[in-house]
Design a protein around this ligand. Structure first.
Ligand code: NOJ
Length: 598
């Protein structure tokens, strides 16, 4: 029988910030981390927006789910031009979410339940309502206040043209012209995202000192980790030179040649100095971690961010964007291990987040890969197929070595809401592309907790506000209330998988080895994956447990496959068929005699 690791008993400590997380400095290497999008998690005061008291009340749900940590999307004061990724004050909480005291209470109570807290820091840009930006506008051209951002005179006869040809990642130009105090059109400022998100100038020592102080502020309050937004974009070519070719349009570099390496704002060499100094800050607080949001196709360049003395982990976007295809997944998994193993960093495995389409919809389309540049909501979705595959993907993902992320609602099998009326959409991507890109609202719709109709328990009875994005009526089938206790539900699959993963020393951090094709009928290379089946063994690095280990077999082929002789099924994403593993199904197995030799 598998025994869950004991959850620490809640402490009666009255001072919230003094309650430290349980001691285990390497907790993050194999952690299951829940991404909590506060606006859409639970609304305690009935205004239609999720908040921290709502989170506090639902922490037992997360403890029962079996996660080790929560990553909170930004919770700071913000005009919400980009759902909180436009921060006006890095040391406070937005009133719509609550207060600093509420954050303290959440951190404290989460720690008491054995759950660690990761917060989101956005260092590339702030908000146009940040005090520094207001000072910069007031102080005028040439002022010290403007050196904290990228202000430049425009080109053209009267400065009417932007300083260079950079385009915003959200669409439109990356420069906005300001009106100076005398009422005349003046300088331009850089914003790689929306105009409300001015980029900080990381060549400024003040900017560097400020963010190190912000890190300390949250570490002192008990945060166990920092998710670093847009981590590869911080430093810019001081000449702010034009970009040739497709990158001018805000796309990310697609190769690893010298031209891409010299990109004026993407993955520049001097960004690493910043993370070395952040690492020194984090190391002063035991068990604190730094996790980078870095979209880079070049594995060697990505590895530099997790080399010793820099970040602890980076998000695995090649895995997140990969098609539901065994050969391609095998390539991505091998590539991920090849990147991480030499530098000693644990891989991360992510299926979805608040920026991408929900997997149930994605896997139910004919095109199952995802691209930020080609979000497409015009394809038909087979929800039953997508759900079946999402279940199989969840078990595959949770069996891989390293840490795993679960985006809120993934555990309920929520689908992408594709029919949000235009007038209710909030994502700047939708607005700045005039709706050509459907944007990310569809993956951010408030969670359904209970009941037969919206707001599905997201807001309390008698709420005055509607959920900030409309919930589809069909979510009555996927509420927490409906799924809890139903052995066939996505929620119970996640609960059981996370419970086994936590109890099983072979899962989480540690080595893995591929199995040969389970039918012996291997494909061209003979490797797992070639015939549409991914099969691998996990065994505890230190020989912990009974040494039996766990094997994982994911069948992405079109027909059923047999399982290794004598295998005991610990968990399967769909029922077996006459002892065979059906298509789009993953099983976790205890194999007699232990895992196959590597
Ligand atoms: C990445 C975040 O995940 C996304 O939501 C945000 O819009 C951009 N960075 C800009 O901060």
């Amino acid at each position: 029988m598998l025994e869950a690791r004991p959850v620490p008993t809640p402490s009666p400590a009255s001072s919230p910030v003094s309650l430290a997380a349980p001691p285990d400095p390497a907790w993050w290497r194999g952690a299951a981390i829940y991404q909590l999008y506060v606006r859409s998690f639970a609304d305690s005061d009935g205004d239609g927006t999720g908040d921290l008291p709502g989170v506090l009340a639902r922490l037992p749900y997360l403890a029962e789910l079996g996660i080790d940590a929560i990553w909170f999307n930004p919770w700071y004061p913000s005009p919400m031009s980009d759902a909180g990724y436009d921060i006006a004050d890095y040391r406070d909480i937005d009133p719509v979410f609550g207060t600093l005291a509420d954050a303290d209470a959440v951190i404290s109570e989460a720690h008491a339940l054995g759950i660690r807290i990761i917060i989101d820091i956005v260092p590339n840009h702030g908000s146009d309502q940040h005090q520094w930006f207001r000072e910069a506008l007031a102080a005028g051209p040439g002022s010290a206040a403007r050196t904290r951002f990228h202000f430049r005179n425009g080109l053209g006869r009267s400065g009417e043209l932007p300083p260079n040809n950079w385009q915003s990642i959200f669409g439109g130009p990356a420069w906005t012209r300001v009106t100076e105090a005398d009422g005349r059109p003046g300088q331009w400022y850089l914003h790689l995202f929306a105009p409300e998100q001015p980029d900080f100038n990381w060549a400024s020592p003040e900017v560097r000192a400020e963010f190190e102080d912000v890190l300390r502020f949250w570490f002192e309050r008990g945060a166990d980790g920092i998710r670093i937004d847009s981590a590869a974009l911080l430093t810019k070519d001081p000449a702010l030179s034009d970009i040739d070719g497709p990158d001018a349009a805000g796309s990310r570099p697609s190769g690893s040649g010298p031209a891409e390496r010299a990109h004026p704002y993407q993955d520049r060499d001097d960004v690493h100095e910043i993370y070395r100094s952040w690492r020194a800050v984090a190391d002063a607080y035991p068990g604190r971690v730094l996790i980078g949001e870095i979209w880079l196709p070049d594995a060697a360049r990505l590895a530099r961010y997790v080399s010793p003395g820099e970040l602890h982990a980076v998000f695995n976007f090649p895995y997140l964007t990969c098609a539901w295809d065994a050969a391609r997944l095998r390539e991505v998994i091998d590539g991920t291990l090849a990147l991480h193993t030499p530098v000693g960093a644990p891989p991360t495995w992510v299926l979805s987040n608040h920026d991408v389409d929900r997997i149930v919809s994605r896997y139910g389309r004919s095109k199952t890969s995802f691209s930020l540049q080609a979000r497409d909501h015009s394809q038909p979705v087979d929800l039953a197929l997508g759900t079946r595959r999402a279940r199989a993907a969840a078990l595959l993902t949770m069996a891989l070595p390293g840490s795993v992320y679960v985006y809120q609602g993934e555990e309920l099998g929520l689908w992408e809401v594709e029919d949000i009326p235009a007038e209710l959409r909030q994502d700047p991507i939708w607005h700045r592309t005039s709706g050509r890109d459907p944007g990310r609202d569809g993956s951010r719709v408030p969670l359904p907790w209970a009941g037969p109709e919206p707001p599905f328990g997201f807001s309390p009875p008698g709420a005055t506000g509607r959920p900030w994005l409309p919930q589809p009526a069909g979510w009555r089938e996927v509420t927490v209330e409906r799924e809890a206790g139903d052995p066939g539900s996505m929620l119970e699959l996640y609960r059981r998988a996370l419970r086994i993963r936590r109890a099983e020393p072979a899962l989480g951090d540690g080595p893995m080895s591929w199995r040969p094709d389970p039918d012996g009928a291997s494909g061209a290379s003979g490797a797992s994956g070639a015939s549409g089946v991914l099969a691998f063994d996990r065994r505890a690095a230190d020989g912990g447990g009974d040494g039996a280990g766990v094997s994982c077999v994911a069948n992405l082929s079109g027909g059923p496959v047999s399982l290794p002789a004598g295998a005991e099924v610990l968990l399967a994403s769909s029922p077996l068929d006459g002892g065979l593993l059906p298509p789009d199904t993953t099983a976790w197995l205890r194999v007699q005699g232990g895992p196959a030799a590597g």
